[in-house]
Design a protein around this ligand. Structure first.
Ligand SMILES: [Zn+2]
Ligand SMILES: [Zn+2]
Length: 138
């Protein structure tokens, strides 16, 4: 994969660079992700926290994960794009909103999680493993 991986928000005020290979990817269909991004699911690419460099002013909105951890969802205060998140406990990994990549085609989702919350009009790739809730006990 060509590095760095770059991305940013709708208006360009917030940009980011990832200087390492992604650690994996999931599609999260939970209600909080649905609300947060205004879409049936959030495509998440996980990257090492040390490899993520962010430029521009962004805001964070704290949401409570099913694990009890806090998930700080980063977004552009100008255009509202959901960009990345930060888990209060799993600090070594950063979730990136894959649709905000400059080349979103590099994203490879490996599983669908929280499919119990998915909408009937949310069609999923039948080849991906499905999990009713989280894929781990986090
Ligand atoms: Zn923006
Ligand atoms: Zn979610």
């Amino acid at each position: 994969m060509k590095l760095p991986i770059t991305g940013g928000c709708c208006c360009g005020a917030v940009r980011y660079e990832i200087s390492a290979e992604p650690l994996g990817g999931i599609n999260c269909h939970c209600r909080t992700c649905q609300k947060s991004v205004g879409a049936p699911y959030l495509a998440v690419m996980f990257v090492p926290a040390t490899a993520l460099a962010i430029t521009g002013k962004y805001k964070e909105y704290a949401t409570l994960a099913a694990s009890g951890n806090t998930l700080y969802r980063g977004f552009c205060p100008e255009c509202g794009s959901s960009l990345f998140a930060r888990n209060s406990v799993f600090t070594e990994v950063r979730p990136i909103a894959a649709a905000t990549l400059d080349d979103p085609g590099i994203f490879k989702p490996e599983k669908d999680i929280w499919v119990s919350d998915a909408q009937p009009w949310d069609y999923m790739d039948p080849n991906l493993p499905k999990f009713a809730g989280n894929f781990s006990n986090h």
